[in-house]
Design a protein around this ligand. Structure first.
Ligand code: TLP
Length: 349
């Protein structure tokens, strides 16, 4: 089950298409999606809209593109977006809001559970004053990657949406891993997305499709978003071959995410017992495990990852003494046992 003979825990983005996906891709009926004529893309967009409880969906190349198209649709140049200081959209999307959209990012601290304090958001919202940019958008991330794959609840999301709407702003959710959040909470995705004006989710992470994300929102929002997607070169023509894998992802790969969560928990609990490593178990809620090297260890995260790689376990350094491990469908429970043994041995060497 491993990837290229590695137990590869660097990211769930490394997942490869399943045999059922390859089969569906080969058989996909396609058309020109810029004309709106790719039946497979249209089917995926309808499924995505239904899953998120929105009126419409738009297939995009990546999570980054979905988030950018959303920002460009919600905001005009010079307007402002409030988001967490640990948000993927702030840290890992090449500054796209400012570089492409002229949108001013205004960060507030992410709390350890991935939330933003309502009071912090409230204080960040601008008053009507010629000196200030206009606050147009608030974004949340669910699950929250850098805070450990933590989940945001429907109740919290509703509170943020109410705050946004009371201040003439919209709420976007970067839901790259929203299906992980829904499975962990035992709720439907649409319960988590109902309060938001837009949501991007990824097919290419834990759901194992090779490419693609879907941006969902109202009919009017998606009509405008289509033009933004075209503007940035995202009209992909016969991309139904890709959407076909996405359909299989939604049909077959959602419920099994619980296995990835169980594997992450098993890994985290074992790491908690390895002398020299520490992990905050409360933030291990889905398929991610962030752990730290104690100051007693005479080497850093890069070195530990190098040692593990020599024993065919790949991990991602996430700071000088911090490492991330992400579980997914190409890593079995037995391989997690192996990864635990390897980590234990690497720390002792
Ligand atoms: N995250 C990747 C890296 O970019 C860090 C990973 O390995 O976790 N939102 C969130 C919360 C994400 O974690 C990611 C990818 C994205 C958006 C971007 O998705 P893509 O890679 O499809 O552009």
């Amino acid at each position: 089950m491993s990837l290229n003979n590695y137990i590869d825990l660097r990211s769930d983005t490394l997942t490869i298409p399943t045999p059922a996906m390859r089969e569906a891709m080969a058989r996909a009926i396609v058309g020109d999606d810029v004309f709106g004529e790719d039946p497979t893309i249209n089917q995926l967009q309808e499924m995505a809209a239904q899953a998120t409880g929105k009126e419409a969906g738009l297939f995009v190349a990546s999570g980054t593109m979905g988030n950018l198209v959303s920002m460009l649709t919600h905001c005009q140049r010079g307007e402002e977006m409030i988001l967490g200081d640990q948000a993927h959209m702030f840290i890992y999307e090449a500054g796209s809001s400012a570089a492409v959209g002229g949108i001013h990012p205004h960060t507030v601290p992410n709390q350890p559970d991935g939330t933003l304090k309502l009071g912090d958001i409230e204080s960040a919202i601008r008053t009507d004053n010629d000196h200030f940019p206009t606050t147009r958008l608030i974004t949340l991330e669910n699950t929250h990657n850098r805070m450990g794959g933590t989940v945001l609840t429907a109740g919290y999301i509703q509170q943020v949406a109410d705050l946004a709407h009371a201040n003439h702003a919209s709420l976007h959710i970067d839901g790259a891993r929203i299906f992980n959040a829904a499975v962990a909470l035992g709720v439907k995705v649409k319960q988590l997305t109902a309060p938001a004006d837009s949501i991007t989710f990824c097919l290419s992470k834990g759901l194992s499709a090779p490419v693609g994300s879907v941006l969902c929102g109202s009919h009017d929002f998606i009509r405008l978003a289509r033009r933004r997607r075209k503007m940035i070169g995202g009209g992909m023509r016969q991309a139904g071959v890709l959407a076909a894998a996405g359909i299989v992802a939604l049909e077959q790969m959602v419920d099994r995410l619980a296995e990835d969560h169980a594997n992450a928990r098993k890994l985290a609990e074992a790491i908690a017992h390895i002398v020299g490593l520490s992990v905050n178990l409360t933030s291990v809620q889905t398929n991610m495990v962030y752990f730290d090297l104690d100051s007693t260890l005479p080497f850093n995260a890069d070195e530990l990852c190098r040692r593990a790689q020599k024993q065919r376990v790949r991990l991602m350094p996430s700071g000088t003494r911090r490492i991330r491990a992400v579980t997914h469908c190409w890593v079995t429970s037995k391989e997690i046992d192996t990864a635990i043994q390897v980590l234990d041995a690497c720390v002792k060497v």
